[in-house]
Design a protein around this ligand. Structure first.
Ligand code: AHR
Length: 581
């Protein structure tokens, strides 16, 4: 359908379903310049539509005249302002499909930390908050919508001290223990093994269990796996049945430890490898209906010690043990302790955080290259099972609860990381953002009976078409976005084909000032239009709150072919996902 002419006095991008108020920086003069710049791009789009459209009707003659006049204004303004925003050519090459983008890169991480589990997921069956067997219905519904593929649990550092037997049996008989890592609070153990398995089943996800290699024993871990997975009538299987689950559980992913270079025991790489061999041998999966991938602890950011040691040991392994994954933990944090504000920041902090996020590319490439040395067939997955922005905690929030707001900037942090994983889909096959609810870069915030979805949640929702889609290479020369000494790519793109053959493109415009005016060119495909969603925001630090939950929400986005090109104009500091038809 042809779009109607829209006066430039209405909100910019309104006929694309997107409203952008360019509010950065905040001086009125600059705001006017930016709006004027936007108008110019807007006119450019109108010009291309006017002269490139094939479906012009007689009744639109007045509209044509008006549009022609605007084109003249646009042309003059372009000359006057130097034409600094020429269309960016984006080529999509369907002839060279890449690896499958494993849906498990969209995994979540839920630790017993602050209000991540208690309040965030578990309210108990007696709660007035609507729940199913103690698990919040609103949280389950929201997570189902983003098709969470797996949830890593119970930690994190919490897992390094977790004793699973405390979390089974009648809840009123479970012992109260301590959570020394996270605020030293009481751990009631009311959310344990069965509650976790119920939760993942309710949201349609798979279990990614972390066993305790820090303070536990191989026997304790072996027992947990037997308790969970055997169908034989052993004492542990009978105990499982008595606790309400006669059928064995599926455990598709098993983490052998957590950060054993740090909170998991400060082990050297060689010390950890010795533990790894033992746990990988004895923490057996007895559920033949569900293969289990074992993930070894790997690097902390750029440190390659664990990568080398684990991969070397794996290459020389005997028949007695094996692994299928190597973990990488890397947060967007910039400095320690985390000090970057989650909201109320300026463009300098925005650019710095995005720069730090893009370092994930270097890490994945560096560790991937070491893995290639020992594992050229890429049998071992790189599992980025802790990633995300770790910012200064919300003022007034409890010590150690790691509560932080989530802004439009975090939406870009999420998209950029996911795009890096997608580009390395042949090696990065599992990833888990930290963390799912109320902690760090969360999908969801809860406050008693209230729930709010964060900008990061919306990115995960928009990326659902990329689950298990096939990577498609793109070419783009978008130039850079500069702020002070920082220079970043202006636009980041990934494309993929879903199982039905439909092509999806995600476009992230890092530049908070300039619209990215992109001409999409899909060689060899008969594309007529693009339909999707765009996540833009009034400001780079816009957030959703319980009082204003829809400040940052995706809006419908549509564009159609003009001549041989598909012009798509991407708002500043935004994430746009389109399906091509
Ligand atoms: O996600 C918070 C903590 O960060 C995890 O418990 C730990 O593994 C990491 O250091």
């Amino acid at each position: 359908m042809r779009r109607e002419f829209v006066s430039p006095l209405v909100p910019l991008w309104a006929n694309e379903g997107i409203t952008v108020r360019a509010g950065i920086p905040d001086s009125r003069r600059v705001r006017w310049d930016m709006n004027f710049t936007h108008l110019r791009f807007r006119f450019r789009q109108e010009c291309r539509d006017t002269f490139g459209a094939a479906d012009f009707q007689k009744g639109k003659m007045m509209s044509l005249i008006a549009r022609t006049m605007l084109c003249v204004v646009f042309a003059l303004s372009g000359v006057a302002m130097g034409g600094d925003n020429d269309p960016i050519h984006l080529g999509v090459d369907l002839s060279r499909p890449g690896a499958k983008i494993d849906r498990h890169i969209f995994g979540q991480f839920a630790e017993h930390l602050g209000r991540g589990i208690y309040e965030g997921v578990w309210v108990g069956p007696e709660s007035k908050i609507p729940n199913t067997r103690g698990i919040r219905n609103d949280v389950v519904a929201a997570l189902k919508a983003i098709k969470v593929p797996n949830v890593r649990w119970p930690g994190g550092c919490f897992a390094d001290e977790y004793h699973w037997r405390n979390g089974i049996g009648p809840r009123d008989k479970r012992p109260a223990t301590l959570n020394p890592n996270w605020g030293g609070v009481i751990e009631p153990n009311t959310f344990g093994t069965h509650e976790f398995m119920d939760f993942v089943q309710q949201i349609g996800a798979e279990a990614y269990l972390s066993i305790n290699v820090g303070s536990g024993t191989p026997a304790e871990a072996a027992d947990w796996l037997e308790y969970l997975t055997t169908s034989q009538p052993t004492a542990l299987a009978k105990q499982r049945a008595a606790n309400g689950h006669p059928e064995p559980y599926p455990i598709p992913l098993l983490g052998i430890g957590n950060e054993n270079w740090g909170c998991g025991g400060s082990m050297t790489p060689d010390e950890y490898v010795n533990h790894l061999k033992v746990y990988a041998r004895y923490a057996r999966n007895y559920n033949s209906a569900q293969p289990m991938r074992r993930v070894a602890v790997g690097p902390d950011g750029a440190d390659t010690g664990y990568t080398e040691a684990v991969m070397k040991a794996w290459k020389n392994k005997t028949w007695a043990w094996d692994i299928e994954g190597l973990s990488l933990h890397n947060y967007t944090v910039v400095k320690w302790p985390p000090a970057f504000k989650a909201t109320g920041f300026g463009e300098s902090e925005y650019a710095t955080i995005l720069k730090s996020t893009l370092n994930m590319e270097t890490l994945v490439s560096t560790h991937g290259a070491i893995m290639d040395k020992y594992d050229p067939d890429k049998k071992i997955a790189l599992v980025v099972d802790e990633w995300g922005a770790w910012l200064a905690s919300t003022p007034g929030s409890p010590e150690g609860f790691l509560e932080q707001q989530n802004s439009q900037r975090d939406a870009l942090v999420a998209a950029l990381n996911l795009n890096i994983f997608a580009r390395h889909a042949d090696r990065v096959r599992v990833a888990n953002i930290a963390q799912m609810v109320n902690v760090l870069q969360a999908m969801i915030f809860t406050n008693k009976e209230k729930l709010v979805l964060t900008p990061t949640y919306h990115v995960f929702h928009m990326y659902v078409p990329f689950h298990d889609a096939t990577f498609v290479p793109v070419t783009i020369a978008a130039g850079s976005y500069k702020f002070g000494d920082i220079e970043l790519p202006r636009v980041d793109v990934v494309a993929a084909r879903d199982a039905a053959g439909k092509l999806w493109v995600s476009l992230t415009n890092l530049d908070p000032q300039r619209v990215a005016n992109i001409d999409l060119d899909v060689a060899g495909a008969n594309i007529t239009r693009a339909v999707g969603q765009s996540l833009a925001a009034p400001k780079i630090d816009s957030v959703n709150t319980f009082e204003a939950p829809n400040t940052v929400t995706p809006k419908p986005f549509a564009a159609r072919v003009v001549g041989k090109k598909l012009p798509v104009n991407i708002p500043p500091a935004s994430v746009t996902v389109i399906g091509l038809e």
